[in-house]
Write a protein that binds this ligand. Structure first.
Ligand code: PLP
Length: 391
């Protein structure tokens, strides 16, 4: 007996990009004091009121099967948020609640792609994109967003790759680069999508984390709401990664079809998780604002600490919760640098190569630890890079 080709193809015999984390954890187990700046997860715990809302809901009996596309109240709260964040009126029927943004991505791919259908996305990319596309047997077609273009996508390459494709996926604010797509980029995306009659999947899980400029959703552009699926989540906005609560927002017909899948995949999220999410979205404004202020402060701190350093360059991110360090001056790959840094300094960062070819020679540092720890770590990374500058 053989496992299916489909499941074996998810990682295509290759890596999932997270080797450095495995190595960091092994060092930790061996007793080393590793500072982990790899994962996009807040070091601070989930705000206590959200945990309490969950516990209270469970105690009150929300432990039975729950509405599998999301409770009406939660769908209404997400619709209200989507209307304000994407700038487009949204009804609860246009929302499906999923197990994190990740499951929303999978549902969106399933709903739009048949096996063999090409989907275009931007490299560098959030590390799960290619694997998730392979789950549905889509054909991943990456197009570059290069450092010298401020990590805005190469629009000519995008137009070319979109010929004969079925869908285009973008992510702004962007993980890992922190790029926030300009209105010119989004206008071009719209033109390409309409010209090629594509679905647009717009991953906006970082929509509240914009440090410069403003978040624009392509869903609000003319003729786009009927072909755009927006992915959202409370993971980053409310420090609720482990609750696994996200959503997709799109045209009602496609959301209905995603519901058919949800019924057969998860049969919905736990009611107590949905109630905690409802509380966070409707009453948790203060906590969300605090979390966002923390990342803005750390982003500014990183920019200040690294300006004028020789060994690496920091392109000040406009959004999200990471900084990308350009270490090409050392002549090392991101992977080689990250491994050497872990061994020498016990600091774990993500090599740019984990996110695709376009981010080679870069490191992604998550802004997830307290300011002082972060500042010290950045200085040590810069010292390490300076010691390795190519002659
Ligand atoms: N999309 C992007 C761009 C991300 O960075 C992440 C998580 O890091 C996700 C989606 C998935 O987040 P979650 O499944 O926790 O909502």
């Amino acid at each position: 007996m053989q496992p299916s080709k489909r499941i074996r193809a998810i990682f295509d015999g290759g890596s999932d990009g997270w080797e450095i984390l495995g190595k960091a954890r092994a060092r930790e187990r061996a007793g080393a004091p590793v500072l982990n700046l790899t994962i996009g997860e807040h070091e601070d715990p989930t705000p206590p009121r959200f945990v309490e809302a969950m516990a209270e809901a469970a105690r009150a009996g929300a432990t039975r099967y729950s509405a599998f596309t999301g409770t009406p109240e939660l769908r209404a709260a997400i619709a209200a948020r989507a209307a304000s964040r994407t700038g487009w009126p949204t009804r609860p029927e246009q929302v499906i609640v999923t197990a994190g943004g990740q499951a929303a991505l999978l549902a969106a791919f399933l709903a739009t792609l048949d096996p063999g259908d090409p989907i275009v996305f931007v490299d560098p990319y959030y590390a799960t994109y290619p694997g998730t596309i392979r789950v549905v047997q889509g054909e991943p077609r990456p197009v570059p967003a290069l450092p010298d273009a401020g990590f805005q996508p190469d629009l000519e390459a995008m137009a070319e790759a979109c010929r004969g494709a079925k869908a285009l996926m973008i992510n702004s604010p962007h993980n890992p680069t922190g790029a926030v797509y300009t209105s010119e980029t989004l206008e071009a995306v719209r033109r390409i999508v309409l010209e090629n009659d594509l679905w647009l999947i717009s991953d906006e899980v970082y929509d509240g984390m914009v440090w410069r400029g403003e978040h624009l959703s392509p869903r609000a552009l003319p003729d786009m709401a009927e072909r755009t699926i927006v992915i959202g989540s409370v993971s980053k906005s409310h420090a609720m990664t482990g609750f696994r609560l996200g959503w997709a927002v799109g045209p009602e017909e496609i959301v209905d079809l995603m519901g058919d899948y949800a019924l057969n995949a998860t049969y919905g999220l736990p009611g107590f998780i949905q109630q905690a999410g409802l509380f966070a979205l409707t009453e948790g404004g203060e906590e969300e604002a605090d979390l966002m202020a923390t990342f803005r402060r750390r982003r500014d701190l990183a920019v200040a600490r690294l300006s004028g350093r020789n060994g690496l360059k920091l392109a000040a991110p406009d959004g999200a919760m990471y900084v990308m360090l350009d270490i090409r001056g050392t002549g090392m790959s991101g992977e080689a640098f990250a491994e050497a840094l872990l061994e020498a300094e016990d600091i774990a960062v993500m090599p740019g190569e984990s996110f695709g070819d376009a981010a080679a020679g870069h490191l992604r540092v998550a802004l997830t630890v307290p300011d002082e720890t972060l500042g010290d770590a950045l200085e040590r990374i810069a010292d390490f890079a300076e010691g390795r500058l190519a002659a």
